[in-house]
Design a protein around this ligand. Structure first.
Ligand code: ARG
Ligand code: ZN
Length: 853
């Protein structure tokens, strides 16, 4: 395949600065569904007049070039070349001094089903330019290290016309915007539509008065208030914690229904998937509210970590994404429960990033090659990128981190920076050599950390051994720096040694604690101080002891998790130990209800499979499903009264509020409901669905009813009530597949795909159905291969319309090699069917070929 159709591979090592300077970009757009006219004027200057270079601009066949001028004159056509992806003006046609390049192109937003560049969503014009969408709007040096100020003129009869920066004027269908902060093209945005705003104001601590708007479709205003509150909290937090202020007179957020990703940090004009803006108690769950708060913060925080300081090239993506995820995680910890947030983040990391590391798509946080950059907006770049920063902070301490960040902002403001720049800042601010630490950025794979203990005469010796399995292109992995947070707990349950961070730098290394009276129990990897898989020989009694006594909430939860995994994979004794221990914890009224809920929730089937595979065995999806269901039933039978008591006691009285305390109580109530449904036939869920007025409880009840095959009327009620609400209907689609009994999942997905509301070109709707199936572990991995075939059919169809979405959804297959031979044969067939398709996009081709390499 690749021999006959070679793909251009981009290499980090090939980076060269752009040979021109760009001092201003002026854009003038006349918006129309077809034949939008884009006039661009670029003030350019050769960097080295003595070494003339061709001017190479990105922009493909979708741009209909209508005019091209250099300082007002059309160049001789012999000097102008167009390729599939570029416009090249020969050096011979260019002045040796500053000049202005003008282009005029026509484009058709109405035909843009890939939602990259300028497109239409529900009658509204909007853009998505990261990573390389701007080249679908006009010819341009579409690379993040080319930064300049923008002046934008928007012509449209639609009432609201927005772009980046500050408004200059808006009258008679013409709006002008000026962005004084130099930025790369990927941060460009425009919106024009029939929109209404929820508005507020914010005064920065140095006194700048900022107008804030959340723009939504008429009728949606009453669901935009929480997004606005979240924005104001984010702005204040970034001032308080990082000393970062906002730098324009307006900050606009726009919600759109068709959006490939979550949201986008365009300068002064963030564009969001509407599911991350719109929320009301009747339509959004507690999880939705928490996500909205976090993503509003994430995009806002990009204003400094991403926009004021951007990336030199796309290999450096984790420079802005890892740091901004780390910052939004800190923000959520401050707004809500830090302990619960840490546990949730580790769960996400394990479910998505460890899984990615375990398969053929494994790559380092900073990759050094790619074919399609949109394929690298991954859990590794985002979530592991954030973990790496957490480790760095752990190693240099809070003060060192604060000094390094101050230096980063002062030294690199206005720069397009690299991971090397970032690490140098830490070295300069703290005096620490980070040469070895850098491997976390350049090496793929999840290290395994084995710990053994030795106890002699009051001295405890902990010996650690690290190793990282090979990943594509990286057979051997040298030892990394691993910060290991350890505390010691005495036999009576009191902490005898508070948390200490051990710095492991060798493949094998010992650390001693002396002067100890009695042999303590070791609490290790507290706070999940490094993204590794810990292996330690530990009996269930000691795990139960840690679950009862550990002072570190993460380690405490982890002990329960280990106990659960042991209960799922070992015999009856392990199950008894586990069931007894979580009963004690669930009954502990002094503990945070959200924490108790997390402890009562069994590991997911995917997580169990990842664990089994990491141990070198082959996971059996059906067996995992059955064992997990049995264990849930046993818990319910043993703790029936306790759970029923919690279910009643955790009712939240009064009007719904999305705050952390109320959400915590609901989460415990829902955990109890889920377990009780294993023995009450779903009766409680049926009642709850009928009486609950908030979507959190209704969705929880509905998931139970779907699992038990008694959801027909509840589903009908929900679609009668919310048939015209796209976000609720997304949930309606996904829950039916995700929670379905595995043996029915594919058939249900097939039926739903034929439903008249299955608007497959809408990314949220597509993800609801196909992502719902992928999340049904035993359903997607059905032994007859039907889950794979169904998914492959839809990937093929989607690829022709929207390559980014198809490529992203193909990760449903990313761990196919870990299953049994018959499943592997089905999966390989499905992938090969996609790979051999004529006209497959670069996005999906790269993904599939990496997966079957
Ligand atoms: N930078 C956006 C974020 O905050 C993600 C946009 C990615 N979009 C894409 N098409 N790759 O995380
Ligand atoms: Zn981001």
């Amino acid at each position: 395949m690749s021999a006959t159709n070679p793909q251009p591979v981009q290499h980090l090592a090939d980076y060269r600065p752009w040979p021109f300077g760009l001092t201003e970009t002026r854009l003038d757009l006349t918006l129309a569904p077809r034949d939008t006219i884009v006039r661009a004027a670029l003030d350019l200057a050769p960097r080295d007049a003595s070494d003339p270079q061709d001017l190479v601009l990105d922009g493909g066949a979708g741009l209909r070039l209508q005019a091209l001028r250099i300082d007002g004159q059309a160049p001789d056509p012999v000097h102008v070349t167009r390729t599939d992806e570029q416009l090249i003006i020969a050096a011979a046609a260019l002045p040796h001094a500053p000049f202005t390049l003008e282009t005029e192109v026509a484009i058709d937003p109405a035909d843009n089903t890939a939602f990259e560049g300028l497109y239409l969503s529900g009658g509204m014009f909007c853009t998505q330019c990261e990573a390389e969408g701007f080249r679908h709007i006009t010819f341009y040096p579409d690379r993040p290290d080319v930064m300049t100020t923008f002046r934008v003129t928007l012509r449209s009869a639609l009432p609201v016309r927005l772009s980046n920066g500050n408004p200059v004027g808006d009258a008679d269908g013409v709006a002008e915007w000026h962005d004084p902060w130099p930025k790369p093209a990927y941060l460009f945005a425009l919106v024009a539509g029939d929109l209404v705003a929820v508005s507020d104001r914010f005064t920065t601590r140095s006194g700048r008065d900022v107008a804030l708007n959340v723009w939504v479709r008429p009728g949606d205003q009453d669901r935009a208030g929480f997004a606005m509150e979240s924005l104001i909290k984010s702005m204040r937090w970034d001032e308080d914690v990082y000393g970062r202020e906002y730098d324009l007179d307006v900050f606009n957020i726009v919600a759109v229904d068709d959006f490939n990703m979550g949201a986008m940090e365009n300068k002064g004009l963030n564009i969001f998937n509407s599911k991350l803006v719109l929320a009301s108690p009747e339509t959004a769950t507690d999880t939705d509210y928490e996500r909205i708060e976090a993503v509003i913060a994430h995009e806002y925080f990009h204003n400094w970590t991403g926009n004021r300081i951007t990336c030199r090239d796309w290999f450096q993506l984790c420079l802005k994404e890892g740091l901004t995820v780390f910052r939004d995680q800190q923000f959520t910890s401050d707004m809500r429960s830090a302990a619960v947030k840490r546990i949730e983040d580790v769960q996400t990391l394990r479910a998505r990033q460890f899984r990615e590391d375990q398969g053929p798509l494994a790559h380092p946080p900073r990759p050094d090659r790619y074919e399609e950059i949109n394929n690298f907006y991954t859990a590794t770049v985002y979530e592991k990128g954030a973990e790496v920063i957490g480790m760095l902070k752990n190693l240099v301490g809070d003060d060192g981190y604060a000094r390094a960040l101050d230096l980063y902002f002062t030294r690199h403001d206005g720069d397009a920076a690299t991971i090397e720049d970032w690490l140098t800042v830490f070295q300069d601010a703290t005096g620490r050599d980070l040469t070895q630490f850098k491997r976390w950025y350049t090496d793929a794979g999840t290290p395994t950390l084995e710990m053994t203990e030795d106890w002699q005469d009051g001295t405890l010796t902990l010996t650690f051994a690290q190793s990282t399995p090979p990943t594509p292109g990286q057979p051997d992995k040298p030892a990394r720096v691993i910060p290991i947070a350890v505390g010691l707990i005495g036999p009576n349950g009191d902490e005898v040694t508070p948390t200490r961070v051990l710095e492991m730098t060798e493949a094998r290394q010992s650390f001693t604690f002396d002067g100890l009276g009695a042999r303590p129990v070791v609490s290790v990897l507290r706070g999940f101080s490094a993204p590794v898989m810990l292996k330690r020989p530990l009996d269930d009694a000691t795990r139960a002891f840690l679950l009862a006594h550990d002072t570190d909430p993460f380690a405490r939860w982890e002990a329960g998790r280990e106990l659960a995994l042991s209960a799922l994979t070992q015999g009856d004794a392990a199950q008894k130990a586990y069931i007894a221990a979580i009963g004690t914890l669930a009954a502990d009224e002094g503990a945070d209800p959200a924490f108790r809920a997390l402890c009562l929730t069994l590991p997911g089937e995917e997580e169990i499979a990842t664990r089994i595979a990491a141990g070198g065995a082959t996971p059996d999806p059906d067996a995992i499903h059955a064992t997990r269901s049995d264990l849930a039933r046993r818990i319910a039978l043993t703790h029936q009264d306790l759970l029923a008591g919690l279910y009643d006691a955790m009712t939240v009285p009064g009007a719904y509020s999305p705050d952390a305390q109320s959400a915590a109580r609901r989460s415990l109530r829902i955990a109890a409901l889920g377990l009780l449904s294993r023995i009450d036939g779903g009766d409680r869920a049926a009642v709850l669905f009928g009486i609950a007025s908030n979507m959190t409880e209704r969705m929880a009840a509905l998931a139970v009813l779907v699992r038990l095959g008694r959801a027909t009327s509840a589903l009908q009620i929900l679609s009668d009530e919310f048939g015209d609400n796209r976000l609720v209907m997304d949930k309606w689609f996904s829950v039916q597949v995700m929670a379905a009994p595995p043996e029915q999942a594919v058939a249900i997905a097939r039926d739903l795909a034929a439903h008249r509301d299955f608007d497959w070109q809408n990314p949220n709707r597509f993800r609801a159905l196909l992502g719902g199936l992928a999340a049904n572990h035993a359903g997607f991995h059905a032994a007859d291969g039907s889950g794979y075939d169904f998914t492959a059919d839809w990937l093929i169809r989607m690829d022709a319309a929207n390559p980014q979405i198809a490529a992203r959804m193909s990760t449903a297959f990313e761990i196919w090699p870990r299953y049994d031979a018959p499943r592997r044969a089905h999966a390989r067939n499905a992938l090969e069917r996609i790979a051999t398709l004529a006209g497959l996009s670069r996005n999906t081709r790269e993904m599939v070929s990496r997966m079957i390499a």
